[in-house]
Design a protein around this ligand. Structure first.
Ligand code: AMP
Ligand code: GLY
Length: 423
């Protein structure tokens, strides 16, 4: 089968790397891809929301399945676009339709869904221009710190956590007045949850599901989880505090009610569910849904999946995921994200990346790169995801760090303390 992967990051490189191992794969295409995906398939210079160009590419290259990496094309309705087209509707898309993608595209929708389905989550109140006074009243009732979330997609930047009430009220007004554009025309205020975060990934055909390896993501730019939020500076899987008992609670209280809730509400869902959750003294609380895999979590998680990913995707497409086998490697996978100096603020692109060939024993997934002739250049804030699998977290980290030190580009930066909180 010919496959098209939509996206250009480390997640999509990792999908390409894993799908390339499948005996069911014929040709692989990635739109738009990066320098890392070049060796695995053919990059197509198409933006992820250019559905007309994607349609043409699917027909030209006899694509049998489309894997959607990022959330934006899903929220924009790429799956619905396929279903509405006579020539595309039989071609499976891995990723939900627009309605299901609202679990990520609207925080308000997600919270209401959690409430309807009795899924443990923080108390909340939804505010828009019309009920600002009630929103302020809710802020007065909860205690500090205050969590304010833009309802819509804001590239991971739409959450503010504020220490005092006056600041929180000011920020609430700024958000409603367009701090995050139309994404914050509605704001969800949440009670603050204190605990340790982790990510649980589920692959579902809408009825059956498989729980994939969990992971911990390091979101802050600075050592010791300090400084600004980023897309993710590294990932570790498995997460030591996620015991069998904890995972059973996640399955019973979150995964099952989510899949059943989607069914009950008539929302077909074929793709990934990403549960961002907080472990509050052994009890899981759901912070957010994403409707795609995480990045950089995918780079670690896929290293631990021994089964044929394309076979699992076929199960998703045909509604027979229950007949498929998911075998997980018990070893630890880690990803060290190498970023451009200055990220997540302003940074340079186009830096020459040296010594990639010197890497031994790790897989370097490209997150933001492009090829110019034979030269690999940086092309984003997050540049490379140096990923390793080993018998212990320390061994896997040592391997990734050893290989990261071999690579160089001007002003490269990475966190050297991944796993500090898990030891
Ligand atoms: P979200 O986009 O909803 O995942 O929120 C981004 C980050 O804000 C999360 O990864 C958490 O670190 C933090 N966060 C969100 N909601 C809460 C909450 N209710 N309590 C504490 N921290 C939160
Ligand atoms: N690493 C977090 C995310 O993909 O949203």
């Amino acid at each position: 089968m010919n496959i098209l992967i939509i996206g250009s990051g480390g997640r999509e490189h990792a999908f390409a790397w894993k799908l390339k191992q499948s005996s069911k794969l014929d040709q692989l295409f990635i739109a738009p891809g990066n320098a890392g995906t070049v060796g695995l398939g053919q990059n197509l210079s198409i933006e992820t929301t250019d559905f007309a160009a994607i349609r043409q590419a699917v027909l030209d290259h006899h694509i049998g399945m489309v894997i959607v990496g990022p959330e934006i094309p899903l929220v924009a309705g790429i799956h619905d676009f396929f279903l509405a087209d006579a020539h595309l509707k039989e071609i499976p898309v891995i990723g939900p339709c627009r309605e299901g993608a609202r679990l990520e595209g609207s925080k308000e929708f997600a919270k209401e869904f959690m409430l309807r389905n009795d899924i443990p989550t923080a108390k909340y109140f939804t505010v828009h221009q019309g009920n600002l006074e009630e929103g302020i009243e809710f802020l007065r009732q909860v205690s500090s710190p205050y969590v304010l979330k833009a309802d819509g997609l804001a590239a991971g930047k739409g959450v503010l956590i504020l220490g005092n009430l006056e600041e929180a009220i000011d920020s609430l007004k700024e958000m409603l007045n367009g701090l995050f554009g139309s994404a914050s025309a509605t704001v969800v205020i949440e009670e603050f949850l204190s605990g340790v975060e982790c990510s649980v990934f589920v692959l579902t055909d809408g009825v059956h599901y498989k729980i994939l390896p969990e992971a911990k993501d390091y979101k802050r730019i600075g050592e010791g989880d300090t400084g600004l939020n980023t897309g993710g500076m590294g990932a570790i899987s498995p997460v030591p505090f996620v015991t069998k008992e904890f995972m059973q609670k996640v399955e019973d209280r979150m995964v099952k009610p989510t899949v059943l809730g989607l069914q009950r509400e008539g929302i077909g869902f074929k793709g990934f569910l990403f549960l961002g959750l907080m472990n509050c003294q052994g009890e899981p609380f759901l912070i957010e849904y994403n409707v795609r895999m995480g990045d950089p979590e995918t780079e670690a998680v896929l290293m631990r999946i021994q089964s044929d990913l394309l076979d699992l995707f076929e199960g998703v497409a045909s509604g027979t995921l229950d007949e498929k086998e998911l075998v997980i490697d018990p070893r630890t996978a880690v990803t060290v994200m190498v970023v451009a100096g200055g990220y997540p603020g302003s940074y340079d692109k186009g830096k020459m990346i040296r010594n990639l060939a010197a890497v031994e024993g790790s897989v370097v997934f490209h997150a933001g790169t492009r090829l110019e002739g034979e030269t690999v250049l940086s092309n984003g804030g997050r540049v490379l995801a140096v990923s390793s699998l080993a018998n212990s977290m320390d061994e896997a980290l040592a391997l990734s760090y050893k290989n990261t030190e071999r690579i160089s580009f001007d002003k490269m930066y990475y966190r050297t303390d991944l796993g500090f909180d898990l030891k």
